[in-house]
Design a protein around this ligand. Structure first.
Ligand code: 0A1
Ligand code: ZN
Length: 889
């Protein structure tokens, strides 16, 4: 939609569909310039409702004809809808013929061209860009799809379900007929017509049913699909084992496409993936890429039950499928990672991402509840709040009812709702009903505030040890700050997993006053009011509270602990997550003091000693060490140190890094050598932990060497860029040189690009490393400007566009927020330019200034001006219009 803002769609206005479509027979004559779509729909009127016109969604379509039961009928166009007066009969056949132009579809929503192939993306409202339809998730039809196309150009023709016919046609054309027996909403429809090759495997499920698994990619990419196939098989086994959910399809296909707005899409039986989440070889993909593939393959596969078998009634319920499916993919990745320590590191990664992306969202102009109340462009609501915070809400339910209770709840959810389009309430009710004695069931309305209230709750904790009575009183209180449109918040239900750690590091038994029975050393306190006190008895020594273990609730904790207490937790906490958390908070204390003081951090001996002890600890996992010895990212620090001065935050981080690099130089050197992996490459938790710590050590060593004029470590890093046998090592060495602004950075970049050849995903990394580099004297920003002119740069491929633009505006605050406002000028230019072709992509970039009101001057005023300039543009899409309007409200 162009010009003017799109209407606000409200959750409270939901009404059941007046008509439903039972069956859809679609025929496509595929051609990039002009595709003809013929659709034959069995439509049924809901006779319980008053008779009303049939209103079909349609966008950018060229309509050729409309027939009802074979007769042409009158129709009109109204607000993007095709409106037909209600036919006499309650059930009728509607036939529509229209054309579309896939090669002109630069939005990548609907049917579009990528390279020489044709692909679809229908979630959320892309199907209406293919043909007229009741394009809403509570209308579910069975689809039979005939694809006709030139055989040489499009040898592979795929759609959802099972292949029920294929053959030759005149003029070098061929056809395929696909039938999907599962009724599904139109957003799960998919088709692919392309020249692709495939890896395939047959598997037999526990029940004895045979399934065909296929992964389709471009020629030359086949050997990079092994990890995706292994991940798919692991996902199938895991879902059956953990949740009793078997693969219900004869055929499950994954197709990789170069041009894709998001990560991947769970179309029934025909998942379409961004190549980034399919293709991996040790030479082209990092350990993180391998992990990303495992988790996204899992995520899309798990949607087959949580999303496809049970779908959303309306888009306000998006978290019903996304929050739950993220929770499931997180659990899958944790179960796959092996040891308890590797699980903890996964949790640390997930929580870091939540804080960096969702906490910042919840504090900004786009803050919205997990179940939003209103939207203009639904594509703007595929957010960290719907996904990651939604997953935390599911995780809290899991905490409250336990693993077995949650499994029972899932079982009940499927018994009740399989084949339906339902709401978040239905899900919570099923989990509660399966666990009637749980706190969740008893406090369900209170718990459900997690769905309705936006904003990150603040949890304050204060403890008092009473030596005379041997009691420890913990007072917990909460409040949630106002968010746009929600000024007053009510208390929420917060599960607080906790322990008490003696000053000697020993765990303390937790006996609540008035409670009988044996006491353990860890428990979950449930805060349900604004303030509550918990009195522990038999506490004979002063203790340090270790609260929110494993991050048991998505809140910001203020426990008032000082350095001495955090050092106890860092060294001794039985909970690995809270050990890591202590390391982060010790760093934040120092960074905050620097930002608010002289600018440079002063690292004391006690702190450096603790870091050294951590680095050299013989028991801790390298992956844990790598996490605990890294600073929180600057975007998250900006949430903790306000008003936000990105330059001062960056300067403080740089000074922390300089000192840690210098003071621990010998330890970093020993660590780098000790962490070399001698066996063949495996992307598992053990090896990737070693590589992560080696890369961190190398970055520190190169930094210190550049500062002191030493050439040895930069030389070793350069050598590694040339000789590394895997991408994790190669990229790590390149980043070390680039971030330290080493003289060898430029030759290393040249070598890296030469080695990348035509591997698009590796070229993306080359752009990304430079656009995310640690800013120094404006050099990174200047480089970004050059990169935008590079012959291999293009705005039309989302991955490439993001590798430079998102890297700058989302991940490199010090390069982006400049006192001369040049970053904001570039941002505004790029948002406007991108919006003309791809509004979804543009509106993601537009969100970089969501938090402008928290900025210090001069950034704040300059950011506002840039947003106002975008808002003043007359040709904005509804997507970007919504973002900039909310930002200025
Ligand atoms: N349901 C997908 C995410 C998705 C949403 C919209 C898209 O349109 C461009 C694409 C993908 C998931 O959660 O994986
Ligand atoms: Zn999803």
């Amino acid at each position: 939609m162009r010009e003017g803002s799109a209407p606000l769609i409200r959750r409270e206005d939901y009404t059941a569909p007046a008509y439903t479509i039972r069956q859809a027979e679609l025929t496509f004559d595929l051609d990039a310039a002009k595709t003809i779509v013929a659709s034959k729909l069995s439509v049924q009127r809901d006779t319980a409702q008053d008779k009303q016109p049939l209103r079909l969604h349609g966008e950018d379509l060229n309509l050729l004809r409309v027939l009802v039961d074979g007769q042409s009928v009158a129709f009109r166009h109204e607000d993007g809808l095709l409106v037909l007066e209600a036919p006499e009969a309650d059930s009728f056949t509607l036939e529509i013929r229209n054309t579309i132009a896939p090669e002109k579809n630069t939005q990548l929503s609907g049917l579009y061209a990528s390279g020489s192939g044709l692909f679809t993306q229908c979630e959320a409202e892309g199907f209406r860009r293919i043909t007229y339809f009741l394009d809403r998730p509570d209308v579910m039809a069975t689809f039979t799809v005939t694809l006709r196309a030139d055989k040489a150009k499009y040898p592979v023709l795929l759609s959802n379900g099972n292949l029920v016919g294929q053959g030759e046609l005149d003029g070098g054309r061929h056809f395929a007929v696909w039938n999907d027996p599962f009724p599904k909403p139109s957003y799960l429809f998919a088709l692919v017509a392309a020249d692709l090759v495939r890896r395939e495997q047959r598997v037999t499920s526990r029940s004895g049913q045979e399934h065909l698994l296929q992964i389709y990619v471009k020629r030359g990419d086949l050997e990079k699909t092994e990890h995706a196939m292994n991940s798919l098989i692991a996902s199938i086994i895991w879902d059956e084992h953990r949740f009793g959910l078997p693969l219900d399809l004869e055929r499950f296909m994954i197709v990789a496409v170069d041009d894709f707005n998001m990560g991947a899409m769970e179309n029934k039986g025909l998942n379409i993936f961004n190549t980034k989440f399919v293709l991996a070889s040790p030479a082209t993909a990092t350990d993180d890429d391998f992990d990303g593939i495992e988790s996204v393959v899992g995520h899309e596969y798990f949607h087959n039950w949580t999303g496809n078998r049970i779908t959303c009634r309306d888009w306000f319920q998006l978290s019903l499928k996304e929050g739950l499916t993220v929770f499931r993919d997180q659990e899958f990745s944790m179960d796959m990672s092996g040891s308890a320590s590797a699980r903890a590191v996964r949790r640390i990664a997930d929580v870091s991402s939540l804080r960096e992306r969702q906490f910042t969202e919840d504090a900004g102009a786009m803050a919205h509840p997990v179940r939003p109340d209103a939207y203009q462009a639904i594509d703007n609501f595929y957010t960290p709040t719907i996904y990651e915070k939604g997953a935390e809400v599911v995780r809290m339910m899991h905490t409250l009812v336990g693993r077995a209770g949650f499994a029972a709840g899932m079982k009940l959810y499927f018994q009740r709702h399989d084949g339906q389009a339902v709401t978040c309430d239905d899900f919570a009710q099923a989990i509660a009903d399966a666990n009637p004695d749980s706190t969740l069931a008893q406090q369900l309305p209170l718990f459900k505030r997690w769905y309705s209230q936006a904003g990150t709750p603040r949890l304050q904790a204060r403890g008092q040890w009473d030596a005379d009575n041997a009691t420890y009183t913990l007072t917990l209180s909460q409040h949630t700050p106002a968010t746009p449109g929600q000024s007053a918040k009510q208390p929420q239900l917060l599960p607080v997993r906790m322990g008490l750690v003696g000053r000697d590091g020993q765990p303390v038994a937790l006996q609540l006053q008035g409670e009988a029975g044996a006491a353990g050393t860890e428990r979950v306190l449930v805060l349900t009011e604004a303030e509550q006190r918990f009195v522990f008895t038999g506490v004979t020594q002063d203790v340090v509270p270790s609260l929110l273990r494993g991050f048991s609730a998505p809140v910001l904790l203020d426990d008032g602990l000082g350095d001495a207490e955090l050092l106890v937790l860092l060294a001794h906490d039985a909970d690995a997550f809270n050990r890591w958390e202590a390391s982060q908070r010790l760093a934040v204390h120092r960074l905050r003091a620097a930002v608010q003081g002289s600018g440079a951090v002063q690292l004391d001996e006690a702190y450096l000693g603790a870091l050294r002890a951590l680095l050299l600890d013989p028991v801790l996992d390298p992956s844990f060490k790598a996490r605990a010895l890294q600073l929180p990212v600057e975007t998250y620090l900006a949430e903790l140190i306000t008003p936000v001065d990105p330059q001062r935050i960056h300067a403080a981080c740089e000074s922390w890094l300089d000192q840690v690099a210098a003071c621990l130089q010998a330890d970093w050197a020993a660590t780098f050598d000790a962490m070399q992996v001698r066996e063949g490459y495996r992307p598992d938790a053990t090896q990737s932990g070693q590589r992560a710590l080696a890369n961190l050590a190398l970055a520190m060593l190169v930094r210190h060497a550049v500062a002191t004029g030493d050439a040895v470590w930069p030389g070793r890093a350069f050598q590694r860029v040339k000789d590394a046998t895997n991408m994790t090592d190669r990229l790590g060495a390149l980043e070390a040189l680039v971030n330290a602004h080493a003289p060898l950075a430029q030759p290393a970049l040249e070598r890296f690009l030469a080695l990348a050849g035509t591997e698009a995903l590796v070229v993306d990394k080359w752009f990304q490393v430079q656009a995310r580099a640690a800013e120094k004297d404006g050099r990174v920003f200047a480089r970004v400007r050059q990169l935008l002119q590079h012959p291999q740069f293009t705005l039309s491929n989302p991955n490439r566009a993001r590798s430079v633009l998102s890297s700058l505006v989302m991940f490199n605050p010090a390069a982006f927020h400049r006192s001369d406002a040049a970053g904001y000028v570039l941002w505004a230019d790029m948002v406007i330019a991108l919006d003309a072709a791809n509004p979804q992509l543009a509106s993601r970039i537009a969100r970089a200034l969501d938090r402008w009101t928290a900025l210090a001057e001069p950034y704040r005023s300059a950011a506002r001006e840039a947003i106002a300039r975008v808002a003043a543009s007359t040709r904005l899409s509804g997507d970007v219009r919504e973002i900039v309007t909310r930002a200025l409200d």
